[in-house]
Design a protein around this ligand. Structure first.
Ligand code: HEC
Ligand code: HEC
Length: 385
């Protein structure tokens, strides 16, 4: 057994020489980098408010591990950019500092602010502390672990498919959250099961601590969906085999045609359903475009599909019609509340009116209802590989 895990490690070492190392960075990981360079000085490395500059300036920086819990993303956005420094907190700390500090709104892009907020959420909700440097962890992970665990940590590495093993999915909170930092470190040092190699002789302590901290930040990706109450927008599949058939199917809502979803499309729908289920993401309701491909995807993935006229592909609609459908959709999203999440399967042209960025293939959009026809964008996440 020991021999096998050791030789697995050397195979992995060999293969990583050719591994492609471009990963989609989790927002909390990006956010931590910005936090360390811009916020740590006052709020402290652990967010508790005792950074070195706060001590020097004799100011009481907020304890972010508790303060941000009751704040919405948009309130945090305003505090960080300085829009309402004193009205939101009812205090003037950031406002006074603001005179001496650059305005964050000119420093950070909207995506960077989102990333900072993701990290603040981590600080205020995680049961585990970061004892190592996640940036070091990220580099080591891409180098040694991604070959099996995948570049994004979701368990889908090159090696996985090659030899048919199933490494733990590090983005799944159900799998990682119950393990203490020490448990994760022990598995990394000593290996686990038949195929997880032991890294004791290859990695030093700070690399292992860094890896554990990086894995903690991967957790963020799915964390929010578990609690329900959010809206998940998924792109209706387009038929992979034949563009012409896809086009005619897009105009067909009778669903009588023999080729609705292709084999590949069916497999994709099954994997969507599995992915949500395995992460314990509760689904309250699945609304779909009346088009067959969307309906069939919902039925396969979530065993339900309630079709709505306003989710019809906006591509061939008159401007007035499209506008009216969009406003119905915005009402539905903004006013949603539920224990589970609301799934919406619709078309690219409809989704592009909901979000400023276009939704990449294989990703889904998460929105948080704010009442009426208002909602906030939580982020876009990877659906499949
Ligand atoms: C120069 C010191 C300093 C820096 C740098 C700083 N802050 Fe603050 N921050 C403070 C102080 C002081 C307060 C308390 C404000 C008050 O009492 O009004 C505060 C309050 C906050 C609050 C409000 C907490 C609440 O809900 O009441 C948030 C959020 C926050 N800071 C985030 C950040 C972020 C994010 C950064 C980095 C981009 C940052 N701060 C950088 C000093 C600082
Ligand atoms: C050769 C493929 C492979 C490589 C390379 C690999 N792992 Fe794993 N890993 C696995 C498999 C398979 C499992 C599932 C083990 C089991 O539970 O049977 C696993 C499980 C884990 C676990 C969960 C252990 C637990 O306690 O449940 C952690 C943490 C982990 N790997 C971290 C890493 C880190 C960090 C690296 C890089 C330094 C790495 N792995 C490299 C295959 C691999």
């Amino acid at each position: 057994m020991k021999h096998l895990t050791q030789s697995m490690a050397s195979i992995a070492l060999l293969m990583l020489l050719t591994a492609d190392v471009i990963a989609a960075l989790p927002p909390a990981f990006e956010g931590r980098k910005l936090y360390v360079s811009h916020c740590l000085l006052c709020h402290g490395i652990d967010g508790k408010g005792n950074g070195p500059l706060a001590k020097k300036m004799q100011i009481k920086a907020e304890d972010l591990t508790s303060a941000v819990r009751s704040r919405s993303d948009s309130a945090l956005h305003k505090i960080i950019t300085g829009e309402v420094r004193d009205t939101v907190t009812d205090r003037t700390g950031h406002a006074q500092i603001g005179k001496k500090m650059p305005k964050w709104e000119n420093v950070f892009s909207p995506n960077q602010i989102k990333a900072i907020i993701a990290y603040l959420r981590f600080l205020s909700t995680s049961r585990h502390t970061l004892t190592g440097d996640p940036e070091l962890g990220f580099r080591v992970y891409q180098k040694y672990c991604s070959i099996c665990h995948g570049k994004d940590g979701d368990g889908n590495g090159t090696m996985t498919n090659l030899i048919g093993i199933k490494p733990i999915d590090h983005t799944n909170p159900h799998k990682t959250d119950k393990l203490a930092n020490e448990d994760l470190a022990r598995s990394i040092l000593d290996g686990k099961g038949r195929f997880m190699p032991a890294w004791r002789d290859i990695l030093n302590k700070s690399e292992v601590d860094g890896l554990v901290s990086y894995i903690r930040l991967l957790y963020q990706v799915w964390g929010k969906l578990e609690d329900g109450g959010l809206v998940i927008v998924i792109r209706s599949p387009t038929m992979e085999t034949n563009e012409e058939t896809t086009r005619s199917l897009l105009n067909d809502t009778s669903c009588g045609s023999a080729d609705n979803l292709s084999k590949k499309g069916k497999a994709h729908a099954i994997s969507i359903g599995k992915k949500f289920k395995s992460r314990g993401v509760p689904v309250e309701l699945a609304l779909t475009s009346p088009h067959c491909l969307a309906k069939e995807t919902a039925t396969i993935a979530f065993s339900q599909a309630e079709s709505e006229e306003y989710l019809t592909s906006a591509e061939n609609l008159s401007e007035d019609q499209a506008e009216s459908y969009t406003s119905q959709l915005e009402d539905r999203i903004g006013s949603f509340s539920g224990k589970g999440n609301l799934i919406i399967i619709t078309h690219e042209s409809n989704i592009s009116t909901l979000s400023f960025q276009s939704l990449k293939e294989g990703y889904f959009l998460v929105l948080m209802p704010m009442g009426g026809n208002e909602y906030e964008e939580v982020g876009t996440y990877k659906l499949s590989n």
